[in-house]
Design a protein around this ligand. Structure first.
Ligand SMILES: [Zn+2]
Length: 248
């Protein structure tokens, strides 16, 4: 059987003498892994359009086991990103998280569009690391939301009272921000600034395209990173995390 995918190449891994396995997020089938036969030979035609951070039409032949790439047509090779180490580092950080968080073969067009839009916005950026951080963390909060995990940042996730500007904490086990009183007995908690809470609200209710206009301090970027790291570690290590959260 022959398949055609709209895909974004996330990762590549050398195998055997001249082959590679590619991880690709596709519009049609979610995250898939396919093999590129002979792509490490000098002048292999297929290799160029299968570099990570490339959007392409990908043709795959599959009988049983892993599909084999038979052709590609590039859609966007993101040339600016690939020539900027600062942007590359952020995107590979995001791609590693996608590898950990998203299971294979679960189609979700919203996630495909989100990844594509994120790369499209990063492609427009220059070496302004704060804007790149805001886009990156904004994307990750939206990704968690698309995966069915919407962090509560509007009210205290436990008592549901309005949050005061000071002394709030984040708890991944609770699924959002806790007020000072409710956080007292929480063992696994992280202090969050009022600005970081406001940013999470903005991320969840606005388009990614608007995030590069936001002004954010490096302290708040650090706070967002701690919240994301905590969330990803918890979700990736708890296979039933999504089920548990649905009951809270
Ligand atoms: Zn509370």
């Amino acid at each position: 059987m022959d398949y055609k995918y709209q895909g974004i190449i996330l990762n590549k891994k050398d195998i055997a003498e001249v082959d590679r396995i590619y991880t690709i997020y596709t519009q049609e089938a979610g995250k898939i892994r396919v093999i590129g036969k002979g792509v490490r030979r000098p002048n292999a035609k297929l290799a160029g359009n299968l570099e990570p951070i490339t959007a392409a039409e990908i043709f795959v032949a599959k009988t049983k086991g892993m599909g084999k790439v038979t052709g590609t047509i590039p859609v966007n090779v993101f040339i600016n990103i690939k020539s900027d180490l600062d942007l590359l580092n952020r995107i590979f950080y995001v791609f590693r998280l996608i590898e950990r968080l998203i299971p294979e073969q679960e189609q979700d067009e919203r996630i495909f569009n989100l990844i594509f839009n994120y790369l499209h916005e990063m492609e427009k950026q220059k070496k302004e690391s704060e804007k790149n951080d805001v886009l990156t963390f904004g994307f990750l909060f939206k990704l968690l939301d698309a995966l069915g995990y919407r962090l509560e940042a509007g009210r205290c996730v436990h008592c549901e009272r309005k949050l005061f500007p000071e002394n709030n904490y984040f708890s991944i086990a609770r699924g959002g921000v806790l007020c000072q009183d409710c956080a007292k007995n929480e063992i696994r908690r992280i202090k969050v600034s009022n600005e970081a809470i406001k940013l999470i609200r903005i991320f969840l209710s606005n388009k990614l395209e608007n995030f590069s206009k936001l002004q954010v301090s490096s302290a708040d970027v650090g706070c967002l990173k701690t919240v994301i790291t905590e969330s990803v570690n918890w979700l990736a290590d708890s296979p039933r995390a999504f089920d548990n959260l649905a009951r809270i």
